[in-house]
Design a protein around this ligand. Structure first.
Ligand code: SF4
Length: 291
């Protein structure tokens, strides 16, 4: 097993489309996943910020074993350094970072902000924070803190439903921070930074992918400085959700476009490997799934 900096590479899986999924052991034996996503314009690395996750999103493999611990900034940085070495070795270029892997980055703010400071520091990595995205399940105090810092970061919010009843079922965090409060925090972020928010929306067959769901979403976001990213689900064997059929995805996007929203349909990457966030770790640590 290769040792890269403070991490031990336990497993690497490369998909046909060159998505590369890495499973690292930390010094205390816990494991985290890091994923490299291939794009023509430069690859993105999806870094983990926690071992496991507290958020309990219904469609997610990462949250299944529950929360174990926060990563410290050095462990987040070690993933980035390992990715840079691997990318160099395979002749590819890393361009963007997304803090989304396993864990909720805004639930580990001190370590995440310290990591970001090191990333942007010209004496250390000197990477522009314009190439970094924080992806959150919707922790409102964290969004407000990011807004107040006025960093040139990108903010992505996992929305997945525009009404509280459905969103609370899919994402328990919504019971604490309902949709209206979440969107108001995102508006505050836009007002303070002048930056648009990306709303991520995973389309789940017959759950949140019907025209009425699209209309509710347009009602919530119309006129805002935002972008909607529609994501076809990477199914998780242990969970009951299925990806929306392509015709539903297209119809959903059409409703949003007609209302003047900025929409993209994300390409599904790595679908021939255990590509949904958390799956590789769960496969490797089968005992933790059951526990
Ligand atoms: S989707 Fe993200 S926030 Fe939700 S349980 Fe999975 S890792 Fe946590």
């Amino acid at each position: 097993m290769a040792v890269i900096g403070a991490l031990k590479l336990l497993q690497a899986q490369e998909a046909k489309d060159q998505t590369l999924k890495l499973l690292f052991a930390l010094q205390d034996g816990q494991t985290v996943e890091t994923v490299i996503l291939p794009y023509d314009s430069g690859d993105s690395a999806c870094l983990s910020t926690q071992v496991g996750c507290k958020m309990g999103c219904a469609f997610c493999a990462s949250g299944m074993p529950g929360f174990i611990r926060n990563l410290v900034q050095e462990e987040i940085m070690a993933q980035l350094l390992a990715v840079r070495r691997i990318e160099q070795a395979r002749g590819r270029q890393l361009k963007n970072l997304v803090l989304m892997g396993s864990g909720e980055p805004l639930d580990n703010r001190d370590e995440v902000f310290a990591f970001l400071q090191a990333v942007g520091d010209p004496e250390r990595l000197g990477m522009s924070l314009r190439h970094v995205t924080i992806s959150t399940a919707g922790l409102v105090p964290g969004i407000l803190e990011v807004a107040a810092k006025k960093l040139p970061l990108n903010l992505a919010v996992s929305l997945h439903a525009a009404d509280n009843e459905l969103r609370s079922r899919l994402m328990p965090v919504n019971r604490k921070y309902p949709v209206e409060e979440l969107v108001a925090a995102c508006d505050q972020y836009t007002a303070l930074t002048g930056r648009r928010v990306t709303y991520e929306y995973i389309l789940l067959d017959k759950i949140n992918d019907r025209p009425e769901h699209a209309r509710r979403l347009t009602g919530l976001l119309r006129g805002k400085l935002c972008h909607v990213n529609l994501i076809p689900l990477n199914p998780v064997a242990e969970l009951p959700y299925k990806p929306s059929p392509p015709e539903c995805v297209k119809a959903f996007a059409a409703v949003l476009k007609e209302a003047g929203l900025n929409v993209t349909i994300r390409r599904r990457l790595g679908s021939d490997i255990a590509a949904a966030c958390g799956q590789l770790r769960n496969l490797f640590c089968g005992d933790q799934i059951e526990g």
